[in-house]
Ligand binder design. Structure first.
Ligand code: ADP
Ligand code: MG
Length: 533
């Protein structure tokens, strides 16, 4: 039965203004249970095709049918569902999380599956798979502490965790030595024997001999598609080296099978190889048996009798005996939902980095808050200062007088009268207070001391409202009656009180301004410097 069918598949990358056609009309189909090698030179488009077949990428045109459904143009989320439910990936560079244990690497895809099993079940299933690929004794090892072959076995176990019907492997032996490559490739054969369809991408003709069928791709087009015939040279070599029985087993197996091109026949043929290999190996010396145990992929293939293998064709998830299931050590593992668990685990794995990042965020946020508050504070302080200077004050000055063509400047013409101030107050309803001012400039004298202030003005009590100067240090403001009666009183500022009285109480004492004696009735409160000092 057909599992994959692609028709006239094209993929063109767009690099700026340039179109790079990589797949130029690829058509083929793969049946369930086949083990197919996709071969081609580097740059011929193998990985691109693999990405499309693995629902990682969309074809530019053409059709891709997977398990009877057109999946080529699905939306990203739908493709993700197809990936998690039907596909397993094995990459050349393993793509494991380096600081994560083998078992967590394997169990991780379950977090993304549509119905994630309970944590205990996930861990159990991951342990089974790791045991099956010969890493039962390395469950808790970090993948960064494993050899290339071991890492690839972890990656294979991970690809199987969601029970895929199609296993895609892109140059899975590209980073491995030849002996380990043979182990890994045999593992793919074993998986294929259990009913999983395997598509193997390689540029190496020797690797392709492990498959039943080789599709050659050249410059984005299928060049040839043929069935492989004869015993695999790698298998023969592998058997000779370790088991002294593999070649016979291979021959028998293929003779017993129903022909090489037939998917069902393959399933029987491979176990026959395995059984023969196992018999040969067990008949050998103790040393050979030890090798057998140390080469996990051989254990996978060789350790089962043909009846056991028959049983396994139901799927690679039948419970294994002696599987060590690690205890769930972290409470977080059992209670948190998968995404939160992944996040917590990632934080826990990188403690220092997480701490530094957290500190960075705290400092960053604190700096922003501080900056905003400082600027708000400065703004408020500035507004207050402005308002003490009279932010809502309006100063009306009389015109300029001129004599003999010389102007004497603003205020020199005495055109404003106290009555004008009263009228402004009466007629302008938005005016809160009006104070007429006459200013003089000159010395203030008391006894043998004198001081020249910024301004000396004659005004009405409302002046304090206009200048927002309601706080008296001592005494009181002169009254409207004082003004009307031309009583010679004054209020002075703190600076004058300090300069002329030096700690004495200025109230009810006299000062002289331009030889006019004025009685001090009040001392103004502190206001700070104005714009003029
Ligand atoms: P292979 O796996 O057969 O070595 P690839 O499928 O990776 O080849 O790449 C085939 C061609 O497509 C190469 O020439 C490569 O430069 C080009 N290619 C691959 N991926 C991209 C991409 N994302 N953008 C542009 N060009 C790409
Ligand atoms: Mg590639």
């Amino acid at each position: 039965m057909e599992l994959i069918r692609v028709e006239n598949l094209c993929k063109t990358y767009h690099l700026g203004e340039v179109d790079v056609p990589v797949l130029k009309g690829v058509s083929f189909s793969i049946h369930r249970g086949e083990l197919v090698a996709l071969m081609g030179a580097s740059g011929s488009g193998k990985s691109t095709l693999m990405n499309v077949l693995g629902c990682l990428d969309r074809p530019t045109s053409g059709e891709y049918w997977l398990d009877g459904r057109e999946v080529g143009q699905l939306a990203p989320n739908e493709r993700a569902i197809v990936r998690t439910s039907k596909l397993g990936f094995v990459f050349q560079s393993f793509n494991l999380l380096g600081r994560t244990s083998a078992i967590n690497n394997v169990a991780m895809p379950l977090d993304y599956s549509l119905s994630p099993p309970p944590v205990a079940k996930a861990i159990e299933r991951a342990s089974e798979l790791l045991t099956r690929v010969g890493l039962g004794h390395r469950l808790d090892h970090l993948s960064s502490q494993m050899s290339g072959g071991q890492q690839q076995r972890v990656a294979i176990a991970r690809s199987l965790i969601n029970q895929p019907s199609l296993l895609l492997a892109d140059e899975p032996t590209g980073n491995l030595d030849s002996h380990t490559s043979v182990e890994i490739l045999n593992m793919f054969r074993e998986l294929n024997a259990t009913g999983i369809t395997v598509l193997l991408v390689t540029h190496d003709p020797d690797v392709a001999t492990f498959a039943d069928r080789t599709i050659h791709i050249v410059d984005g087009l299928i060049d040839s598609d043929r069935r492989n015939s004869g015993a695999s040279p790698h298998m023969a070599h592998f058997g000779d080296e370790n088991h002294n029985g593999s070649s016979n087993g291979d021959g028998n197996g293929k003779a017993n099978g129903n022909g090489h091109g037939n998917g069902n026949g393959r399933k029987h043929a491979i176990p026959a190889i395995a059984a023969a290999a196992a018999t040969g190996a067990r008949a050998e010396s103790g040393q050979a048996s030890t090798e057998l145990l140390e080469a996990p992929s051989q254990v996978g293939i060789a350790a089962h009798s043909s009846s056991e293998v028959e049983a396994k064709t139901a799927g690679p998830f039948a419970p294994e005996k002696n599987v060590r299931v690690p205890k769930i050590r972290h409470l977080a593992a059992s209670f948190f939902p998968p995404t939160l668990r992944t996040a917590v685990n990632a934080l826990r794995r990188n403690k220092m980095r997480s701490a530094l990042t957290t500190i960075g965020i705290i400092i960053g946020v604190a700096a922003v808050i501080a900056m905003v508050e400082i600027s708000n504070g400065s703004k408020t302080a500035l507004m207050q200062t402005m308002s003490t200077m009279g932010a809502n004050n309006l100063l009306i000055q009389s015109g300029a007088a001129a004599s003999g063509g010389v102007s004497w400047g603003l205020g020199s013409a005495k055109t404003l009268t106290p009555q004008d101030a009263i009228e402004i107050g009466n007629q302008c309803e938005n005016v809160e207070a009006v104070a007429p001012i006459v200013q003089v400039r000159g010395q203030i004298v008391r006894g043998n001391k004198n001081w020249t202030p910024q301004s000396v003005c004659g005004t009405t009590p409302d002046y304090l409202i206009v200048r927002d100067w309601t706080n008296m240090d001592s005494g009181h403001m002169f009254s409207d009656q004082d003004v009307r009666g031309s009583v010679k009183t004054c209020v002075i500022g703190l600076t004058i009180a300090h300069e002329l009285f030096e700690g004495e109480n200025p109230l009810n004492q006299d000062i002289r301004v331009q030889n006019v004696a004025l009685r001090v009735v009040g001392v103004l409160g502190r206001k700070g410097a104005s714009m003029f000092g």
